[in-house]
Write a protein that binds this ligand. Structure first.
Ligand SMILES: [Fe+2]
Length: 185
């Protein structure tokens, strides 16, 4: 059963129960973004090989933007009258995905795995945009802007995995390990 996040007050023009649905939705988005910027830093620290510097430096602006997205989501939760839950223990307890599984590895292998990470975050965010759109255009607008930027970052990643003919090396990969393997082979 879903938790009840109905706030004592919320923004004008939205029912408190509806705001509670939004707060629950944004809580998971905040976990996803906090998880993503930590994962991106982990990649920044653990890439090796001939593409080290390109990938090491490509990832940091993504970290900065994703941290900014987390801040915007957290502050939207607060504006709606809810609690922005930012502690790592709660993130791990409530997340519905596994920890990033690649340690020190070739830069392109990490990009293969990151393609899957971004695909998961983007798919869930796209679904959240639909739900938010039924309740609150301001939250919907915030999430749409984030969706566009995350899709751009996934394109940056995928451009390294794409052939001149347009085929993606990670096509059909179901796990991060599979995606990492197929990216370098
Ligand atoms: Fe650094």
């Amino acid at each position: 059963m879903a938790e009840n996040y109905t706030p004592a007050y919320t923004v004008p023009g939205i029912e408190r129960e509806e705001a509670g649905r939004l707060i629950g939705l944004l809580r998971t988005r905040l976990h996803a973004l906090n998880d993503l910027h930590l994962t991106l830093k982990h990649v920044h620290w653990n890439v090796v090989g001939p593409h080290f510097i390109a990938v090491h430096e490509m990832v940091d602006p993504q970290v900065d933007r994703v941290r900014e997205m987390a801040d915007d989501v957290a502050e939207r939760i607060a504006a709606l009258g809810g609690v922005a839950q930012g502690t790592p223990g709660v993130l791990v307890a409530e997340r519905t995905w596994e920890d990033y599984s690649i340690g020190r590895a070739d830069a392109i292998a990490h990009l293969g795995a990151l393609d899957l990470v971004y695909a998961g975050v983007i798919e869930d965010l796209r679904a959240a945009v639909k739900v938010a759109g039924d309740i609150d255009t301001a939250t919907e607008d915030l999430l749409i802007g984030q969706l566009r930027d995350l899709e751009k970052f996934q394109w940056f990643v995928r451009a390294h995995l794409e052939s001149a003919g347009g085929a993606l090396a990670t096509a059909g990969a179901r796990t991060e390990e599979e995606a990492a393997d197929s990216a370098v082979s």
